[in-house]
Design a protein around this ligand. Sequence first.
Ligand SMILES: CSC[C@H]1O[C@H](OP(=O)(O)O)[C@H](O)[C@@H]1O
Length: 346
Amino acid sequence: MTWTAAAAGGTPYPSLSLIDQTALPHTLERLDVTTVDQLIDAIVRLVVRGAPAIGAAGGYGVALAMAQAEREGWGRDRLDAEIARVRAARPTAVNLMVCVDRVAARVDEGITAVLAEADAVVREDLEANHAMGAHGADWLLKRVGPGTDRPLRVLTHCNTGALATAGWGTALGVIRELHARGRIEAVYADETRPLLQGARLTAWELVQEGIPHYVQADGAAAGTILRGEVDAAIVGADRIAANGDTANKVGTVAVALACAHAGIPFMVAAPTTTVDLATATGDAIHIELRGEDEVLEWAGVRTAPAASRGHNPAFDVTPGSLVTALVTERGVLEVGAGELPGDRLK
Ligand SMILES: CSC[C@H]1O[C@H](OP(=O)(O)O)[C@H](O)[C@@H]1O
């Protein structure tokens, strides 16, 4: 995502340019937003998505609100209310709240300071992803096939790559690092119903990088794991509670349960901006319920009978006891073995 000041970009107003992830993998398009409403719509429609990416977009959203406030003559109360709307655009990924709060704290210093803080959020996330990739790869290579140089077969769920972050990725960042070290045999990418972030976005990123992979139905994941066809599962997170319970894309907890039964590592990779020590357990995490039509139709074509209702939680919570390894930019915690996020991660 890139910020363009009105003078520089030719747009009549300062704008935030976003890759439109709803158009991938077939077309690479950008959406330029200039208002708070347009940014919120882009977050809700998953034009921009992924916990760190919506956190970064939220940070720039503070600058967008300030520019709109100047154009439209808002007072400070209206500006604060509009920033709060950005903060609340999606409820589960704590990165959105953390990053908006961090950047909004500099509003009184003016838009240049706000943009500098939003840029810092992006820079730090990219640095965190590379650090996470190295920590995660180091841990996995010690744990799986120790003493051998055999490549790994890994499973991942949803999209946790450059599209979902400031770049490189979280779980997909670990996979990129393993590939760079010549240690990936194949990636099994869950398609990730209902919006297909895996089939559309993770597969697109893996193709860009030449990383061998298979797209599979979400329902195939447990069988793939129990048949011993993968060595580990690596997923992202949207909010990690103080006890290690982890909210992530719906379907993740099934992967964790299968890994536990098969005795293979279930790794969560997330920056410390995703750890929410103020939330004690996963029971307190607000799980976003999305529109019924996302599960009742595809590409605007109804797939279920007209009389059917849809149940569409966007996330589920994996108990910390099932998390073999939590990887952040600060290192690896073996949550399932009793190590907890706590202050060590802040
Ligand atoms: C790198 S965090 C990505 C995280 O966000 C995704 O959710 P969504 O596509 O709805 O934004 C999914 O839970 C991923 O693990």
